[in-house]
Design a protein around this ligand. Sequence first.
Ligand SMILES: Cc1cc2nc3c(=O)[nH]c(=O)nc-3n(C[C@H](O)[C@H](O)[C@H](O)COP(=O)(O)OP(=O)(O)OC[C@H]3O[C@@H](n4cnc5c(N)ncnc54)[C@H](O)[C@@H]3O)c2cc1C
Length: 342
Amino acid sequence: MTDSGLFDVCVIGAGIAGIVCAKELENQGLKVVILDKSRGVGGRVATRRLHNTQVNHGAPYLEVQGKFTQELIIELLEHQIIQPWPGTMYELDSLGELKLLPTAERYIADEGMTAIPKYMAKGLDIRFSCLVTTVKPTLKQTWQVISTDLVIEAKALIIAIPAPQIVGILEASSIPDLPVDYLNQLRAIQFEPDLTVMAGYSNSFSNLTWQTFKVTAKTDLARISLQSSLIEGSLQTVLVLHSTSALAKTYLDTDYSALRRAGESLLQTATELLSIPLSSPNWLEIQRWRYAFPAVPLGTPYLETTCPLPLICCGDWSGNNLLESALYSGNQAAKKLLDKLN
Ligand SMILES: Cc1cc2nc3c(=O)[nH]c(=O)nc-3n(C[C@H](O)[C@H](O)[C@H](O)COP(=O)(O)OP(=O)(O)OC[C@H]3O[C@@H](n4cnc5c(N)ncnc54)[C@H](O)[C@@H]3O)c2cc1C
């Protein structure tokens, strides 16, 4: 299907970076459309509704990482989208010792973390289930953006997705005038994967007092969080376990039954670490994040070119602090494009 209108800007990706960027551009009067391959907004700020509960299986909370997260937190508090999270965070170190980590201000959303991007994206024109496969410059000096569901035409293009996925789109597009160096800078940005295990139990562990463990002990586990502690009156105990990226790398292309076995094995490790019987949950779900965290950031907020037409790539891979970088990158990409168009 082709959308017959001509947009000023097409943004690929309705994660935090894409939303911030699109909002800024629309506030300046531009006609903007966002295409996202999934069925909702937020990307890696993700909440799954399952087994009569909800689980944040991407970013678990919001914390002040810089100016942009600080401003967002103030706005979200004002609109009652988030609340302070009084949870405690421990580190389980290689000696098997439990250390209470310094308290930082952290915030969660009662409705699940996706309440945050949903609030931020209000009013934007977003087309879902549109996996962008190629982008082509046309003779009319516009971009033709081809997705599985829709073809869009726009004067400028913003791509706000993990860098390796941008490379996939640009390589498939074979754009004759695209500078080789531009593509090479994107190719240099690597991502680490993550296996996220979600497990639900009857309420027999309701006396647990911790909320999150950062695991630095030598195991395949990186983090364990007690998600049900975020839900007032939760009728079940829900744990979320994150693997190390080293383990996740060995499961990038396996089928679901292998993933499930990995999940069971991580639960067994957690059982041994915490001395709580976690091996037989009522339910178990696994999420494989192929592109969870940028390994080495770019160091500048975006990558831009006008060759052959205005194109800016942005996302959390631009800087060090993940959500702060996504917000900053989206904002700066919009400002750069506005400069170019004026
Ligand atoms: C398990 C996990 C835990 C995390 N914990 C933290 C934390 O504690 N603190 C923190 O600050 N950050 C954390 N993060 C990282 C944080 O979630 C990300 O930094 C941030 O959400 C990235 O936003 P983004 O907009 O750059 O990219 P994304 O959120 O990845 O958004 C990209 C969007 O593009 C879409 N997309 C991709 N390819 C295409 C395509 N071809 N066509 C159309 N759409 C496409 C995707 O569906 C997605 O919606 C965590 C992430 C994960 C996975």
